[in-house]
Design a protein around this ligand. Structure first.
Ligand code: 13P
Length: 240
């Protein structure tokens, strides 16, 4: 399976900045890895126009469980798809923390995304305190159990909360152990079908650490935050 390098722009990117990040991706050339950018919702259509005809995919950062309705401020999976997205990040820790998203809600969003034809990228990860207490696999196991429907066919992103935006990347050993655990958990639940689920690593991925993280067994790619806001750095990661 080809590795996927996904950029989560979070709440960054006005029109000019979005164009400045997306345009250089057109000249990336063959990478041997797939590229995905997830701009803020307001820039999805503009970025889709810039990247039209290129192999770079576009994703949203969240969606509602319903196709449409009286949900002021929300965006449906069908709307993301209509704007040019093929993927959507769901259950990011920033949404679990800041918007109280539960595993149950994330699972409903996964179903909505798939129904709209989007590939869901479901985020899981433990906090620093949970890891200190030795609960990391328990926490991630519970998130996987609750957030994934029984017919799940998407992408997982393991993002330990203490590594997000901190510059404190997980060690190769931490990543290897967790990705092996996730791989085994998926195999138990989904059987052979689980083998086609990629498991991305996210949390302070930079050009300097990308090669070693991407070489860890069961790492199917990276979900990049800060470094994805710079096309040069994002492409360096993709070439690592
Ligand atoms: P950083 O790469 O900025 O640590 O963010 C990771 C992340 O949350 C991607 O979804």
């Amino acid at each position: 399976m080809r590795q996927l390098i996904a950029g989560n722009w979070k709440m960054f990117g006005l029109t000019q900045e979005a164009a400045a990040i997306a345009t250089p991706l057109l000249a990336a050339g063959p990478l041997g890895r797939d590229l995905l950018v997830c701009p803020p919702a307001t820039q999805i259509a503009a970025v889709a126009r810039i990247l039209a005809g290129s192999p770079v995919a576009i994703g949203g950062q969240d969606c509602h469980t319903e196709v449409q309705g009286a949900h002021t401020g929300d965006i449906s999976a069908a709307m993301l798809r209509d704007a040019g997205a093929s993927h959507v990040i769901l259950g990011h820790s920033e949404r679990r923390q800041n918007h109280g998203e539960t595993d149950e809600l994330v699972q409903a969003k996964v179903r909505a995304a798939v129904a709209a034809g989007l590939t869901p990228i479901v985020c899981v990860g433990e906090s620093d305190a949970e890891r200190q207490a030795g609960w990391e696999t328990g926490v991630v196991g519970k998130q996987l159990k609750g957030s994934l429907p029984d017919d799940f066919a998407g992408i997982i992103a393991y993002e330990p909360l203490w590594a997000i935006g901190t510059g404190r990347t997980a060690t190769e050993g931490d990543v290897a152990a967790m990705h092996r655990f996730i791989r085994e958990t998926l195999a138990r639940r989904f059987g052979a079908a689980g083998e086609s689920i990629s498991i991305l690593y996210g949390g302070s991925v930079r050009p300097a650490n990308a090669a070693s993280l991407l070489a860890v067994p069961h790492v199917g790619g990276a979900l990049v935050g800060g470094a994805s806001l710079n096309a040069g750095q994002f492409l360096e990661i993709a070439r690592a």
